[in-house]
Design a protein around this ligand. Structure first.
Ligand SMILES: NC(=O)c1ccc[n+]([C@@H]2O[C@H](COP(=O)([O-])OP(=O)(O)OC[C@H]3O[C@@H](n4cnc5c(N)ncnc54)[C@H](OP(=O)(O)O)[C@@H]3O)[C@@H](O)[C@H]2O)c1
Length: 204
């Protein structure tokens, strides 16, 4: 896994769940990390957790507390981070919220929040870092099995995850022209089933 040594990886949702596990794995391979989420206490706890698998004294983990669905604030924070700490070689979009219910039970605001975080949050992060990314950089979008198969009771969540497939498929050609890789991941709760389309496998 020498590939990750000294690479700078931005991970949204890096304070919990899948994002945190990816962060630990890549840090153990020698990567430097910028982890992004809203809750600063959880970010700090994650930083201490990830530090345990440090393999070289020069490695760093930076925590950014920001809401990926707030495009203006995200733009301010990311443009400052790009200037101060550098452009990511890899951007992993794992920030997301899960919401399960029938359409009739989901108020407009809840549906809107799921779309704003899962879809627009991913869109916002990519839009902020893409102009600075170099050839051979890599963008990862975490969708879900609920973005491949319409599941009853996942109306808002499934819609947001299907939309990420559309975003990835449209972006793929655009990124190809810049020599940037894209991996779209469909995972499900047991984590045993992971389908990724195109791009190198991030985790073995
Ligand atoms: N777990 C599953 O079964 C499963 C299955 C398929 C796909 N997925 C997808 O995998 C990704 C991670 O899921 P998970 O289960 O690991 O979730 P999780 O443990 O709940 O972690 C979600 C992460 O996203 C961050 N986050 C949420 N909203 C955010 C926002 N508006 N701005 C910035 N950060 C935000 C959270 O931190 P803060 O709350 O502090 O912001 C946290 O770090 C999601 O996209 C999810 O849809 C999960």
């Amino acid at each position: 896994m020498d590939y990750y040594k000294n690479k700078h990886v931005y991970i949204t949702g890096g304070s919990s769940g899948i994002g945190l596990e990816i962060a630990r794995k890549l840090f153990s391979y020698g990567a430097n990390l910028t982890i992004i989420a809203r809750n600063s206490a959880k970010l700090e706890e994650a930083r201490r957790n990830i530090e345990q698998v440090k393999v070289s004294s020069g490695q760093f983990i930076r925590c950014l507390s920001v809401d990926v669905s707030d495009s203006a604030e995200l733009s301010r924070v990311i443009s400052q981070t790009l200037k101060e700490f550098g452009v990511p070689d890899i951007l992993i979009n794992s920030a997301g919220i899960i919401s399960c219910d029938y359409l009739g039970n989901i108020p407009y605001d809840k549906f809107d929040a799921v779309m704003k975080i899962n879809l627009y949050g991913t869109r916002n992060m990519i839009a902020e870092v893409l102009p600075a990314m170099k050839k051979e950089a890599h963008i990862v979008i975490i969708s879900s099995m609920a973005g491949l198969v319409g599941m009853c009771g996942y109306t808002a969540y499934g819609t947001s995850k299907f939309a990420l497939v559309g975003l990835a498929e449209c972006l793929r050609g655009e990124l190809k022209q810049k020599g940037i890789h894209l991996t779209l991941v469909h995972t499900c709760k047991s984590y045993r089933y992971v389908i990724s389309t195109e791009g190198r496998n991030l985790i073995q």
